[in-house]
Design a protein around this ligand. Structure first.
Ligand code: NAD
Ligand code: UDX
Length: 461
């Protein structure tokens, strides 16, 4: 099938590359020329395991192209994905200006044949109908321009726009985005057009049938067809539930700290109850990233708009805000005065296997440590290697963990990168002024760390 993906970030590029990999003919559009240049050269502008390989295979097979030309993309695609960002506004509302710009351009470039316009961006509830309206506005504006310019009927756009809007929320996780795309738990299709939903099912059939899955004999992926608003709500509700689950275990961890219980054992004990499940019960320094914080805030905002106070979600956010400073509290307990001390951060990204620093807990920690007069250093496997500094200030980025440890009064493990398990902690402890380690992810073995000479402090254990 002919597909156009507009917006090639973490979601759009993975979607485009994976759809090309399973046999579709994909054009990826982005208005960032630099990004398009990198992608045309067969490279991924983001760090995402397995993505470059999939991209290169798709380029070689001629099934993917990259361009800034949205008109050409719209002309190419029978299925048009909108996958641009929907970042938070200062009041927590979702900023839909990029979705609006793309929907308007789609309208202005509609070329006659039937199209399915797919909202893959996470958009406020009600956006499906709104996108339809913007597309029609874009079409009408372009028609007017063409008539004013005196264009002949052949150059004019179709009088009646033939398209449907489908909401197809994305559930991939950064760091395992390619895996998640080929092994989804479900596919949600929201919309009231049987024709559009049938085309979407055809598009995803190889994934639904597990042809590219790790376990090819597993049952087909459930496809849930819903109305537009329910599909949009499913995305917000899923993220809000997972974020609340983490805030819950973080609250339990804080109580464990006070009563002397071990939250890692408690999480195991409750997670074995199949009604609860063991996933997303890792206590630590709180949830971050480009999705949970903004999506929970946007849902709270939507509720507010409709006269409902989302009390549980507000509590999940406030537990998280406090949790993101738990390492600071523990540093103050261990070192007392932080002014003039040097703190080393192991990891900067909001989770391992990504280069994404959006809303990373490390950023809050750096800001607060600076405010209290501490010097902050960091080592992160990706940030240190790529020299990427986007959004980072007030921190000296070191090239390896031992240089990081050198002269530090304490270390804080912020991100649970796998390679942090096998660092030479004996050597690192000796290089430090005070061998204290706050394990913000309960990732290291407390006994091993103590043997290496560290005072080990976890979260709720
Ligand atoms: P991103 O910021 O990584 O990428 C967005 C891309 O859109 C950028 O490359 C940008 O240049 C491009 N863009 C912006 N305006 C454009 C325009 N007018 N024309 C063409 N391209 C344009 O964003 P992301 O993380 O991929 O998220 C995209 C959407 O998917 C968001 O709504 C997000 O909430 C949702 N989502 C993200 C994730 C995730 O893990 N990142 C997971 C699920 C859903
Ligand atoms: C999330 C959703 O999981 C995904 O379905 C959605 O499409 C996008 O948002 P992502 O943000 O990539 O994915 O990462 P995720 O693995 O969910 O982690 C989010 C945050 O929660 C991270 O900061 C992580 O460290 C934290 N987390 C996660 C915990 O603190 N404890 C856990 O048990 C799990």
């Amino acid at each position: 099938m002919r597909v156009c993906v507009i917006g090639t970030g973490y979601v759009g590029l993975v979607t485009g590359a994976c759809l090309a990999h399973i046999g579709h003919d994909v054009v990826c559009i982005d208005n960032n020329e630099e990004k398009v240049k990198i992608m045309k050269a067969g490279q991924s502008p983001i760090f995402e395991p397995g993505l470059s390989e999939i991209m290169q295979g798709a380029i070689q097979s001629g099934r993917i192209e990259f361009s800034t030309d949205i008109a050409a993309g719209v002309a190419h695609g029978e299925i048009l994905f909108i996958a641009v960002g929907t970042p938070p506004l200062p009041n927590g509302e979702s900023d839909t200006r990029y979705v609006e710009a793309v929907a308007r351009s789609i309208g202005a470039n509609l070329n006659g044949g039937y199209k399915v316009i797919v909202n893959k961006s996470t958009v406020p509830i009600g956006s499906g109908d709104w996108v339809r309206m913007i597309v029609l506005d874009g079409l009408a504006e372009r028609q007017k321009q063409l008539v004013t310019a005196g264009s002949g009927p052949a150059e004019r756009l179709p009088e009646v726009a033939d398209f449907d809007v489908v909401s197809n929320p994305e559930f991939l996780r950064e760091g395992s985005a390619v895996y998640d795309t080929f092994n989804p738990d479900r596919i949600v299709l929201g919309g009231n057009s049987p024709r559009a939903v049938a085309l979407m099912k055809q598009l995803y059939a190889p994934i639904v049938e597990r042809q590219f899955a790790e376990n090819k004999t597993a049952a087909p992926v459930p496809v849930l067809a819903t109305d537009l608003s329910s599909a949009e709500m499913i995305k917000y509700a899923a993220n809000a539930f997972l974020a609340t689950k983490i805030s819950f275990i973080n609250e339990v961890a804080n109580i464990c700290d006070r009563v002397g219980a071990d939250v890692t054992q408690v999480a195991k004990g409750i997670g074995l109850d199949s009604r609860i499940g063991s996933k997303f019960l890792n206590a630590g320094i709180g949830w971050g990233g480009s999705c949970f914080p903004k999506d929970v805030s946007a849902l709270i905002h939507t509720a507010d708009d409709y006269g409902y106070e989302a009390q549980l979600l507000k509590a999940a956010v406030s537990v998280n805000e406090r949790q993101r400073l738990i390492a600071l509290e523990k540093l103050q307990q261990a070192l007392k005065i932080l002014k003039g001390k040097t703190v080393g951060l192991l990891g900067l990204t909001f989770k391992p296997d990504t280069d994404d620093l959006r809303d990373a807990p490390a950023l809050n920690l750096i800001e607060q440590l600076n405010r209290l007069g501490a010097k902050v250093k960091a080592y992160d496997p990706i940030v240190s290697q790529t020299g990427m500094r986007h959004g980072l200030s007030g921190v000296l980025v070191e090239t390896d963990a031992e240089r990081l440890a050198d002269g530090c009064d304490a270390l804080v493990l912020v991100t649970e990168w796998q390679q942090f398990i096998t660092l030479d902690y004996n050597k690192m402890a000796k290089l430090m002024s005070h061998p204290v380690i706050i394990d913000g992810r309960n990732f290291l073995n407390p006994q091993d760390m103590e043997k290496a000479g560290f005072q080990y402090i976890g979260v709720g254990r």
